[in-house]
Design a protein around this ligand. Structure first.
Ligand code: ADP
Ligand code: MG
Length: 319
């Protein structure tokens, strides 16, 4: 079941598209099956993975309006197991098309449903605005990853983005999580860069990826060759940074499992703890992070329980 991650920040030029394109490539290089959805009318992610600029092909606009079969839209990047659905400038008109429709916020979510079973990761590159397109992208996602540029106004607008996430969770029945913020265009030699990075870590306390994406010529040049940096200049600091980011993103999968074990170890008065999981086979009907996996936590005071009865089940815990 896919982890669906929207790459979002309403500021333009902060590295959303660069992050989408290159994180996707390194997730694929790590063995994950990845779909990149370009949901920005500027269509920079599409050209960044090799589609001719503004090529008039069926794109996400047709998919969302059910004018094309979902699988018909999927195209190959040059990277193994890394596919994409392109955007086109006409996507800007989708906001107007959807305006009068009921449940207009859920169109991308519905379109994505069949893909959730096919990919490990679905990344959505969003436009720099809080528009109906952005709301559709966030509603479709399980998590949001926020690139923050290391510049004076880098943190501007982030509170508004967090409020938008809250609003979506409260009013649109979603459980969108912050996967993390990632610091982009970092230059360790600049005082300002270091200060902004510090401020981002304070602001997002505990929700910032360790890696700082450096300002890198290779990252800026690769899109003009229609390639992710892994295919253009893999042996550069910018490429290695996105490789590390992919590792951190993958580590979050493991960490969410470990968190369960930690909770169990903290159980009160536990002398012997044991997890029998799962009780029932897990039926993949929901995205991983929403799915409830029933596990049975066995907490037993071994000296007080007769051996014949075995350990007593004190409580059951779901995650
Ligand atoms: N780490 C980086 N180093 C150098 N240039 C970068 C870096 N990240 C992005 N850029 C360049 O900055 C510009 C804006 O980045 P982009 O990813 O398109 O931002 P957004 O999608 O947020 O508008 C692009 O020209 C891109 O090539
Ligand atoms: Mg962009």
């Amino acid at each position: 079941m896919a982890r669906v991650i929207a790459i979002c920040n309403q500021k333009g030029g902060v590295g959303k598209t660069t992050t989408s394109v290159n994180l996707g490539a390194y997730l694929a290089a790590s063995g994950k099956k990845v779909l990149l959805i370009d949901f920005d009318p500027q269509a920079n992610a599409s050209s960044g993975v090799g589609l001719a600029k503004n090529a008039d092909v069926k794109n996400i606009y047709h998919g969302v309006l059910a004018e094309a079969a979902p699988m018909e839209l999927v195209r190959q990047t040059g990277v193994h197991r890394y596919e994409f659905i392109p955007a086109h400038p006409s996507l800007a008109g989708l906001t107007i098309e959807l305006l009068q429709k009921p449940e207009r916020e859920y169109y991308l979510h519905k379109f994505l449903d069949p893909f959730r079973y096919v990919y490990d990761y679905i990344l959505i590159d969003l436009p720099p605005s809080v528009s109906l397109l952005t709301v559709n992208g966030l509603v479709a996602a399980d998590e949001v990853l926020i690139p923050v540029q290391c510049e004076y106004y880098g943190l501007e607008g982030l509170s508004q983005l967090l409020e938008t996430v809250d609003m979506i969770n409260k009013n649109l029945g979603r459980n969108l999580k912050i996967a993390g913020a990632v610091i982009t265009m970092y230059d360790a030699r600049e005082h300002l860069s270091r200060e902004v990075a510090k401020e981002v870590r304070r602001h997002f306390n505990g929700h910032v990826y360790d890696v700082e994406i450096p300002r890198s010529i290779a990252l800026a040049e690769a899109p003009s060759f229609g390639k992710p940096v892994i295919s253009y200049a893999p042996d550069t600091p910018g490429a290695r940074a996105y490789e590390r980011l992919a590792r951190e993103v993958i580590a979050q999968e493991v960490r969410s499992r470990e968190a369960v074990n930690e909770k169990i170890m903290e159980a009160p008065q536990a002398i012997a703890t044991q997890v029998i999981a799962p009780i029932a086979p897990v039926v993949p009907t929901k995205p991983f992070r929403e799915r409830t996996i029933p596990i049975r936590v066995v907490v037993a005071k071994t000296e007080s329980i007769p051996a014949a009865n075995g350990p007593k089940i004190l409580y059951e815990h779901s995650v």
